[in-house]
Design a protein. Sequence first.
Length: 138
Amino acid sequence: MAIENGFKKTESKLVYYLKGYLQQEISNRILELKYPSRPADEINVKVQSSKGSASPQEKSVTNLLIDHDLAILKRRQLTISNFLHNLSDVEYEILSQYYLKRKSWRDVAQAVNYSERHTRRIRNELIAELTSLLAWEN
């Protein structure tokens, strides 16, 4: 059950990346850090700054550098990007046809001139490989 659960999680992360949602989440996180929402009780509060305190720009840059969530998202993006970059054309086509174009296994197999069984085996091996590459998240 744990292996199947890991498989499904990896599939979800791959689809999230392929559809551009991961990049959008990273962009949104960067905007949140640059322009944090202020609680209602802080809106009209004046703060006296001292010469030793950081400017808002410095704080923004510091937040970007140390934000843990953003670091995880960027590392995931880089891991998946490198994984996809190292695939053969056929391997990428299998993943693209099945996950992006939502083709049936019969159609995917036909597109790459393999049997359905072999096509699924390749997908399973690729997802297992990506799961091991993303193991640092768990």
